[in-house]
Design a protein around this ligand. Sequence first.
Ligand code: PLP
Length: 493
Amino acid sequence: MKDPQSLGDTPPEEFRKQLHKLADWIADFRENIESLRVAPNPAVAGPGAVRAQLPAQPPEDGEPFEKILSDVDRLIVPGMVHWSHPMFLGYFGWTTTAPGILGEILSAPLSVNAMTWRTCPAATELETVVIDWLRQWLGLPNEFGGVVYDTASVGIMHALAVAREQTAPSTRKLGLTNRDLPRFRIYTSDQAHSAAEKAAITLGIGEENVIRVSSDDEFRMNVALLRETIAQDRQDGFHPLAVVATVGTTSTADVDPIPEIAKICQEEKMWLHIDGAYGGAFAMLPEYKWVSEGWELADSIVINPHKTLFVPLDFSVLYVRDLERLRRVFTLVPEVLRGDTIEGEKNYMDYGIQLGRRFRALKAWVIWRSLGRDGIVARLREQIRLAKLLANWIKSDHRFELTAPVRMGVVCFRFVAGIGDAGPGSPTPATTDQLDRINSELVERINASGRAYLTQTKLYGRTVMRIGFGNVLTTEDHLRTAWDLIRETAGAL
Ligand code: PLP
């Protein structure tokens, strides 16, 4: 039996020392991040390398924090892709900021479970407040109410659950089987995120009932084709349920023609969900107001402040026009919480499948107050400036081509040297398949170098390189270094 004196928590004085040590660790990490590789070296740290250095058995006796922290330095930090590194240019460029870190740290000792208003009034009310701040910034009409989930994928699933309930009432009670229900269909573009399929899988609608409508030559959903597909589906006995339109598509950050899609949804009585996970936040910029055209006609919109608005992962907001529709689908009060629910204030457990909810609003409140609207807008504009600058560099090097218009902080491009320029004595031009492999190899080599990190994607079936901006530490100098590295690596190939 342990000595009861040694039970309980770390003594306050020791905890204070540990906190100071951790504060220094965090400040050092931020200050020296550029000295780290962006990603582990695959030659020495392939799959299983981190695990091989960790004991497979759980610890029998407790260990001091200092030892654990030194193992973070020794084993964890080198085994990471450093998303907060200024040379991390993958996916939708991510960011860590000092206020974001402070917000995360603050929520740790508070450690509440914001499932009902009563279990933490401040967490609940702050969530309502920051959701409404964001709504105002985006210019969304105030009939839209929101809820914070961890990710956009979860948001879309909840939105489509409401769409399903609206079209097939009582599904929450009776389920879908052994009822005389048509097969539902959901439409999205071939550029949309796979979250729509994930939602269809979860909701029993079925992955194959998500129809990918082709996009036009600017990667936006082809509306004429959408109309035809819906008409054909109706003839074939399907029930068109919803359209998921995207503002800021995953590969190229393009924007579907929302007003036209909204018109179809109104005529066809379909739910319109807007996936603005990445691009929706640009509506904060007066010169980007066009991205939010037609939003007032949507039924639901998802925005990921953890992608574009500097809030640390995980923080995604689903807005639903008349939020009560969402509550009616998910409210279910277990006996043990009956006394905790009061009328008039929100109990966020009622707005989704999740019961326990952490205090996410705090980190959004800290970062948004620290930056203010002005600071946010200025940083988004800088990302766009860098993206356009890179696009110009690409256009001025004949060995590369820009493969999509630059709309936001994303640039897609392709190494094309060799195609069509085989004059006498020049090497045989590469075939497009070879160029696909070369572009893929370029990204792999750059990422393996540890000096920068990019993504690859496919556009019209061809492999292209992709750079995403988002990190507040990424400057024009970093971008120049990355571009030089890309050109050098291409030269070496
Ligand atoms: N929607 C779009 C357009 C995305 O690009 C992504 C992810 O990159 C998602 C949704 C899914 O986001 P999350 O990871 O928050 O589920």
